[in-house]
Ligand binder design. Sequence first.
Ligand code: ADP
Length: 267
Amino acid sequence: MIIVKVGGSLGIDYDALCRDIAALYKAGEKLILVHGGSAETNRVAEALGHPPRFITSPSGYTSRFTDRETIEIFEMVYCGKMNKGIVERLQRLGVNAVGLSGLDGRVFEGKHKDSVRSVENGKVKLLRGDHTGTVEKVNTHLIGLLLDNGYLPVLTPPASSYEGVAINVDGDRAAAALATALKAHTLMMLSNVPGLLRDYPNEDSLIPFIPATDVESYMGFAQDRMKKKVLGAAEAVAGGVGRVIFGDARIENPVSAALSGRGTVVA
Ligand code: ADP
């Protein structure tokens, strides 16, 4: 079982990704795709007159402040345009893909965090009305039904809270929770960089290998959103996933390239 998480950053080639996934799927590989949609969400949010608001937690993680209007825009883009765009590409390539958000069948479930701490001008503020959370439970039964009957699941945030409220969750950590729940041998996180860079943004500074026992000590190389990927990788390998690969989604055959060891391998 391979879990492929593809981001939503600029430069990602979804056509090349879907061609590669279709070829692997037809060769008998069991695959699940998890995707993001951050860049397109920012664009649509601006166009709708509700620009994104990013906050930095006291521990240095960046996230999107998600009020009710933002989660609705988020759903339009993630569950609508991005999810259906990927499903359509796969259908054209002869793969019976099924697109689901974490809300559908509670594929991804977790606790709703209504307030969040944000550092602004050196001061910590408490912001209320946030629709965010972290995936704690995965509906492996529903995923199993799809996989056992020849469908390729295409999954996306938001998740469902325990009360059934849509919550924005980090896609990388959702994919890590899914890979852990399904005991996947490989989790890959594809984005618009070659992998984890020692000296970001210098693409010649790729870190090729990170020992599973020592992921935490590489955290320092990751800035802003890359931190969540490294955190997700640490959670996945600690949870029994065989290996995590950070790979490039701007190239032809991105999944096959990562499978052959291109990128940053955590094992
Ligand atoms: P996606 O939405 O594609 O999952 P993110 O934007 O969440 O991707 O995270 C990937 C981004 O992290 C890269 O585009 C890059 O700008 C940033 N980044 C920060 N530090 C690093 C690093 N050390 N190596 C690679 N990318 C990094």
